[in-house]
Design a protein around this ligand. Structure first.
Ligand SMILES: Cc1ncc(COP(=O)(O)O)c(C=O)c1O
Length: 464
């Protein structure tokens, strides 16, 4: 039996070929299959409830994601522990999902430390990184048993001072940076190994009666596309571990490999699409575990604890942004463009990703090179510089994928209110996890001295 397909007739169109529309792998553009729901909740219901734009996280996706990564580590290096990188997404509900799944908190500022404590994370379940730790934050962290990773010599002196004040030996970690041969070293963070700085820091700690070296940390970068970089980093950490243990005469408690695994986003400038460019997470975990096994084989200790601080690989792919088309415009060079109600103010990652954009209705008309602008009255506000899309009309909804990492922390309070964040619940339904900003929120930190409290005595001159 054959089924008759009824398709609407469309007039044939001829249009010029645009640069970048095709490469040797074929069309960069995906098929324009549209999306009508997120985890079973209709897009229109989400917009009706929370407005547009709105970020929508998936509880099921987040839980699956961290369980998958944790499962890989359990298989290859069972003493591994995940530290949730707060700066990737510190929306409270997202942090709590990850803590419920067993992740420690990895924080890089006094604010993030305080936030983790307020959410109920015990001090000894916090890893405290970052180059700026005020004395009060160091005091609190050390008193509460956090794993503090020292970044530079001035901080080391302060940590030593606070430990003396506490009157007990404090375990601390050191952040190291070094060449892996695969990535450019992030040499501004931590102690440089190749220059001898790290060795000097280790000697100072060992000589300090109030300090004990407990861990070594590195974070080799972000969106690292070659798992071998992690093997190289672990090999170096293990070498330093051996040297430090020999010097100190006491074994260290852990190594911390930081974050940096990629998500499924398309980095701008990357030739291949993410499904070809991004290796499986298992390749990273295996590279780490193999190097750990080799590097600690002669240590004569139980398998060392490994902390990993994956941020974007855990959350990026489990949040989407629903945005609406405000208007469309033909550009003078013939391209199409659309103005959206969300731009780089909300979607900061548009600066470095070519986010996938999907429509919420079946496409009609011929796809063509389109520029997607945000709502800001600023030239920088471009969500996609070039994307193949069918003709858009005002009121269309678009769903921008993989927006869970670094947006709800780096977004700007600039020109527009920042939108709400909703969570589609694993048990069904959805709820608000962060309210959209209002005028009160925007103004609450302002203070008006009395003589500026009213516009009188300089009445406004009306125009005309
Ligand atoms: C110390 C540290 N840990 C973890 C992360 C999280 O990195 P990612 O999101 O690339 O996994 C970062 C991000 O820069 C970091 O600086």
């Amino acid at each position: 039996m054959t089924t008759a397909l009824t398709l609407a007739w469309e007039a044939p169109t001829i249009r010029p070929h645009g640069m970048g529309e095709i490469n040797k792998f074929g069309h960069r553009a995906r098929r324009h299959n549209h999306v009508e729901d997120i985890d079973g909740v209709a897009i229109e219901e989400l917009v009706a409830t929370y407005g547009s734009p709105v970020f929508v996280s998936s509880e099921r996706g987040l839980r699956r994601s961290i369980r998958h990564l944790r499962g890989l580590f359990e298989r290859y290096w069972p003493t591994a522990v995940h530290g949730w990188s707060y700066k990737t997404n510190y929306t409270s509900a997202v942090c709590m999902i990850l803590h419920q799944e067993g992740s420690l908190a990895e924080v890089v500022s006094q604010f993030e430390y305080d936030k983790a404590r307020r959410l109920g994370v015990p001090g000894d379940c916090i890893v405290f990184n970052g180059p700026n730790k005020p004395r009060a934050a160091i005091h609190r962290a050390l008193s509460e048993g956090a794993r503090l990773h020292v970044d530079h010599f001035d901080e080391l002196a302060m940590v030593s001072d606070v430990a003396r004040e506490l009157g007990r030996v404090v375990p601390i970690g050191l952040r190291l940076n070094f060449e892996t041969g695969f990535t450019e070293a992030w040499s501004r963070f931590g102690f440089n190994l190749d220059s001898g700085q790290a060795e000097e820091a280790i000697r100072r700690i060992i000589a300090d009666p109030y300090l004990r070296l407990a861990g070594l940390h590195t974070h080799i970068g972000t969106f690292i596309l070659d798992p071998r970089a992690y093997g190289a980093a672990i090999t170096t950490l293990c070498r330093v571990l051996g040297e430090a243990e020999a010097l100190q005469g006491i074994p260290l408690d852990y190594l911390d490999i930081g974050g940096g695994f990629p998500s499924r986003n398309a980095l701008q400038g990357l030739y291949l699409p993410p499904d070809q460019a991004v290796p499986d997470l298992e390749d990273y975990v295996r590279a780490i575990a193999d190097a750990l096994a080799r590097g600690t084989a002669d240590r004569g200790q139980p398998p060392i604890t490994l902390i990993y601080e994956s941020g974007r690989a855990v959350v990026d792919d489990h949040q989407q942004l629903i945005t609406s088309v405000v208007g469309t415009k033909a550009l003078p060079d013939g391209r199409r463009s659309a103005v959206l109600d969300a731009g780089v103010n909300a979607l900061f990652t548009a600066f470095w990703y070519d986010h996938e954009v999907r429509m919420t209705r079946p496409a009609t008309g011929v796809a063509a090179d389109t520029v997607l602008y945000g709502p800001l009255c600023m030239n920088i506000d471009v969500v996609r510089r070039s994307i193949q899309l069918p003709p858009l009309v005002a009121g269309d909804r678009l769903v921008i994928a993989n927006t869970g990492a670094y947006n709800n922390t780096q977004w700007m309070q600039f020109i527009e209110y920042r939108p709400a964040i909703a969570l589609v619940l694993e048990a069904g339904g959805h709820c608000l996890i962060r309210a959209a900003e209002t005028l009160d929120v925007m103004c609450q930190q302002d203070r008006l001295p009395p003589h500026l409290a009213t516009i009188v005595p300089a009445p406004l001159r009306r125009v005309g």
